[in-house]
Every structure is written in C-alpha cells, then in structure tokens.
Design a protein around this ligand. Structure first.
Ligand code: NAD
Length: 377
C-alpha cells in the first residue's frame, strides 16, 4: 500500500506529517512512501533525507497522491489536494476545524480521521497531537515573551546594580500552561498561574508557581468528564476577573493559554486590565487561534498599546518550532497507525467500536459518522 506525505500549503504552515525517522518505520510496516518534494524544508528536512530513509520523491501533490491508500497531513487538504485523493483512501490530519469539509470527504469516499479529537485517555497519550503540540507552544510562548520583554527574566545582581526578576503570570494551566510555568521558572521568573479546574491548582503548585484564582462551588465542578474546562457562568467570570485585575497590574509577562473545548477562548484580560499594566510589559496570547484570551489580541499580529504593552497574538505557535513540532506530530501519527495496523494484510485496521478510533473518525463508508461533524438535523 502507498502512503503519501504532502507539503503543507495552508496559512504558511511550517510543519510536516512525517519525518525520515517515521518514514523508515512505515517502510518496515510494509508501506511504500511517496513524499512531495519540499515537504520537509520548512522543518529543516531535505528531500535527500527522505530519499535516504527510503521514500520516493514526487514532483507534485497529485503525483504523491496517485494510488495512495493513506494520506498524512498536518492541516486539511486544499481543494486541489482533495481532488487528487483517491476513493477509499484513509486521510489522517487535524481536520476538525472545518466541519463542512467532513461532508465533502464523505461524498468523495475518503475515510477521514482527525487527530485533535482523540480522547484524552492514558492509552492515547502517545498519539495525542494536542498535547505534543501544546507543550511546545507553551515553551515557545515564554521564550518569545522573554524576547519581547525589554528587561531580563532572572534576577541579576551585578556591580552596576540589580535587575529584578520578571513577574510572569500564566493563565490556563493545561498542557501548554504547565510547560509555560516550567519554562518561566527555568528562566528565573517569579511565576504565578491561574486555572478554573480544581486539579490544576495542585499541578501549578507542584511546579513551584503560586496559584492565583477565584474558587467557589461552581469551580469545584469546572471539569468535564473528558478533563476539559467547562464554560462557566457570567457571574463566575466576573469574580475571576476581579481577582485577575488586582494581580495583573503587577505582572511583566502574561502568557494566555485558556481554552474551553469547542468554543471561542474565554476573554480573561480586558482592555482595562491591559491599561493597568506597566509600559514594556508583554502579553503572549497563544489562545489567539481560538480568538484569544486578551480583548485586544489581534490574531496573527503583535500590537503595542498606547500605554506601551506588547501583545503577541501570533497563531500556530507549534509551527514556530517546526522541527520539534514535526518530529512529535509525525511520531503521534506513526503510533496511531501502528496501533491500528493489520500486520498480515499490511493495511490499517480501524475497529469501529474502539474508543480511540471512534473519537477520531469523521467519515466512514461514505457517511459523516462523528457526532461533532454531523450537520444539524
Ligand atoms: P485546553 O487547551 O482545553 O485548555 C487550557 C487550559 O485552560 C485548561 O487547563 C483549562 O482548564 C484552562 N481554562 C479554561 N477556562 C479558563 C479560565 N476561565 N481561566 C483560567 N483557565 C481556564 O486544555 P488541555 O491542555 O488540552 O488539557 C485539558 C485536560 O486534558 C487537562 O485536564 C489535562 O490534564 C488533560 N490531558 C489528559 C491527557 C491524557 O491523559 N491523555 C493528555 C493531555 C491532557
């Protein structure tokens, strides 16, 4: 069976869905690999490295896709790529953002799996693209925040005087936020963090940061069965904002990572809070892909406010460390495929009843099967 790896074309995507390391493993599973020329360049992987790993290089996406039974992507295929994917092919990527596309995949007989819908269960951890990518995003956010901050992060006692440690405040302590806490601590910042899920408080403290937040009966039940934060009441958010407002004025670098699954990111930093911050402070909003946690975030941009606060609203944060992000994403996909692999038939075997398979499958046998993707009746 042929497996195709395409060059990503959407929104300046820098990542790639397979690396020479995973190509070798796929070949060991009995697959023929076609990699579109230039697919890895933005991640620092040359065509020669793929060829050395045993892949055949294809001059175009259409050439790579011709006769392919499996297609690996980071982002959803473009219209042109979509048109060249054969009926019955298994398409694996992060596809769920475009719910309407699921109908088109089904119509074309494509079996589509969207990896960001993976259930957050122990068995799925090594396939978890959200975690592997969020971890890198959390790290990079602090690094870019430190770069944009015009003082130092650690306390520096020098003969010319002392530079105080930066106060860093991490909003949202999921996978990205915990890595941001750890990174800001490693840089020598004085770190505090907030979250609404009760379990997060202990995790924040265990990383050596202080917890700042509002807790009540509602927040005791703020976590869904899947481990995500729930959408909470306007009253709760108002109380939380009071606590945050008092704290944020003293912060130098604020890293926003808060998300509520399937919704726009909650607004946690208002324009008034930004106005209360010192000139030279930095807000890094990695929730920008979901609209941002800061009311003044411009997704994809850096803005400087009138009072001199820099707001970094870049999108696709994992794509800012493309080599590491591609390596981990590619391994996540390899683990998924090798877990659901029929060694005799040398082909994927995706049991419908399996919790992981059920979680990620958008389309099967020409129909949209994922509850989140079915058009409203
Ligand atoms: P996420 O990206 O959906 O959200 C980021 C964080 O924002 C979360 O911690 C959330 O609680 C927080 N948040 C939401 N609203 C907020 C608000 N108003 N104020 C402050 N913070 C707010 O989360 P994630 O990083 O994907 O993690 C989600 C859950 O999944 C966590 O419980 C995590 O431990 C769990 N998880 C489990 C596995 C696994 O077992 N396989 C893997 C990864 C993550």
């Amino acid at each position: 069976m042929k497996l195709a790896v395409l060059k990503e074309r959407r929104n300046g995507e820098t990542r790639v869905a397979a690396t020479p390391e995973t190509v070798k493993k796929y070949i060991g599973m009995g697959l023929d690999i076609a990699v579109e020329q230039g697919a890895g360049l933005a991640s620092g992987i040359t065509d020669a490295a793929y060829a050395e790993a045993g892949a055949t290089l294809a001059a175009s996406a259409a050439e790579a896709l011709a006769g392919a039974g499996i297609v690996l992507k980071v982002r959803a295929p473009t219209d042109e790529e979509f048109a060249a994917i054969g009926k019955g092919a298994l398409l694996i990527g992060t596809l769920a953002a475009d719910a309407e596309a699921a109908g088109r995949y089904a119509g074309a007989g494509i079996e589509a799996c969207s990896m960001e819908l993976l259930p957050r269960i122990t068995r799925a951890q090594s396939m978890d693209v959200l975690s592997s990518q969020a971890n890198l995003a959390g790290y990079r956010a602090v690094i870019e925040g430190a770069g944009a901050y015009d003082k130092g992060f650690p306390m520096m006692m020098t003969a010319a005087g002392t530079v105080p440690a930066a106060n860093a405040f991490i909003m949202g302590a999921g996978v990205a936020g915990l890595q941001a806490i750890a990174t800001a601590r490693r840089l020598g910042g004085r770190v505090s963090a907030t979250d609404v899920r009760p379990a997060a408080k202990e995790e924040i403290k265990s990383l050596g940061a202080s917890f700042v937040g509002y807790e009540d009966e509602e927040s005791k039940a703020a976590q869904t069965a899947g481990g995500y934060a729930k959408q909470l009441s306007a009253e709760f958010y108002a109380k939380q904002a009071e606590v945050v407002a008092a704290h944020i004025a003293k912060q130098d670098v604020v890293v926003c990572t808060a998300l509520v699954q399937g919704r726009k990111a909650p607004t946690l930093v208002t324009a008034a809070m930004v106005a209360s911050m010192k000139p030279g402070s930095v807000i890094v909003d990695i929730a920008a892909d979901a609209g941002g946690n800061c009311a003044l975030t411009q997704p994809g941009e850096m803005v400087v406010t009138e009072n001199g606060v820099k707001i970094l609203g870049f999108t696709n944060w994992p794509g800012r460390l493309p080599a590491a992000a591609s390596a981990l994403y590619a391994r996540n996909l390899l683990t998924f495929l090798s877990t659901f692999w029929d060694k005799e038939a040398k082909a994927p075997k995706l049991p419908e009843e399996d919790e992981i398979v059920k979680g990620v499958t958008l389309t099967r046998g020409g129909a949209v099967v994922h509850p989140l993707m079915k058009p409203a009746a």
